[in-house]
Design a protein around this ligand. Structure first.
Ligand code: EPU
Length: 301
């Protein structure tokens, strides 16, 4: 969707919004798939309520794009503009063993910056691609930990109230790869509390996680991480592997030979290739194991 309206152009200048017209989502997502639209890069999150108000006044539909690492977007001209928080100037702010992290900050970099201050706990999240905001919204987890374990407060743009609010962790429902935030809420920052640990110890734990991940996940191919959530008591990747579906190809999309729950864009896949592969695998798992796999990746069709 293109915003050509001069009134909106003036609003963007006033609200420090950088208007990037006709961007390809394939360039903004780790899967490398997705059509075109305008991206509004927000440099001052405090302007979010006013920006939302102006977009509403012009009936411009919008969605929020975070780090793009867990997203499958369809092709063609997309029917929404995308809001995106600028990752510039997102240095964490430390106060004792608490740290305030901007939602646009890179998650992995945050883990290492905390480590340098002898703050650990998040080692398992080191290789999880994407932003802090995406990690909060999805309650990212790996190697036995979830981001929610460390969250004290979340500052967010609460769409229902059209305001930026800071809420305590206790008021947020954090579940397995799911949270109680509304779909149109926008994460702005989080305050985390981390256990103190010597840097060398944290670094060693990070190394172990990196090695495990490198050995079991296709890190040098385009993917959106795990495609399906694990059903209670079962592993989607293991079931896909047991059915011999690794290497199965549909168009340009392939079930990774390294991890069955990663679908990779190896041969210029389209969104339809990936969606077709998702349906095919889901059906095979249903027939063989009776589990109805739910997508972990966010799909915009
Ligand atoms: N397995 C296989 N074949 C495969 C994949 C896995 O046999 O192709 C087996 C493994 O050997 C292991 C079990 O299945 O015994 C579980 O595999 P793994 O340790 O790789 O964990 P997972 O349940 O497949 C989850 C998260 C990952 C996270 C890892 C590491 C989900 C959907 N996935 O994967 O998160 O990195 O644990 O903790 O919860 C993501 O969220 O996108 C993601 C990749």
């Amino acid at each position: 969707m293109r915003v050509e309206n001069p009134k909106m152009q003036a609003a963007f200048a006033e609200l420090k919004v950088e208007h990037r017209a006709g961007e390809r989502l394939a360039d903004w997502t780790s899967l490398g798939v997705g059509g075109r639209t305008d991206i509004l890069v927000i440099h001052e999150p405090r302007h979010l309520p006013e920006l939302a108000r102006r977009l509403d006044a012009e009936a411009i539909p919008r969605r929020f794009l975070g780090g793009g690492s867990n997203l499958l977007v369809r092709e063609g001209e997309l029917p929404w503009v995308l809001l995106h928080l600028s990752a510039k100037e997102t240095q964490p702010e430390f106060r004792g063993n608490r740290v305030r992290v901007a939602a646009a900050a890179d998650l992995g970099r945050t883990v290492t910056e905390c480590a340098r201050r002898n703050l650990g706990g998040m080692e398992g999240l080191i290789g999880v691609p994407g932003s802090m905001g995406g990690a909060l919204r999805m309650n990212a987890g790996a190697y036995g930990i979830e981001i929610s374990q460390f969250v004290k407060t979340v500052t967010l743009y609460r769409a229902a109230r059209r305001a930026i609010e800071t809420v305590p962790a206790e008021a947020i429902g954090f579940h397995y790869r799911h949270t109680s935030f509304d779909a149109d809420d926008i994460m702005v920052a989080a305050e985390l509390e981390l256990p103190e640990r010597p840097y060398e110890e944290i670094r060693a734990a990070i190394k172990v996680c990196n090695e495990k991940r490198r050995a079991s996940q296709p890190l040098n191919e385009k993917s959106a991480g795990c495609i399906f959530k694990n059903p209670a008591g079962a592993s989607a990747g293991k079931m896909i592997d047991e059915l011999g579906l690794k290497g199965h190809r549909l168009g340009g999309a392939v079930v990774s030979e390294r991890h069955g729950n990663f679908f990779v864009n190896r041969f210029q896949a389209t969104a339809d290739d990936l969606l077709g592969l998702i349906d095919f695998v889901r059906q095979r798992i249903r027939q063989a194991f009776g589990h109805e796999l739910e997508e972990e990746v966010i799909v915009w069709t």
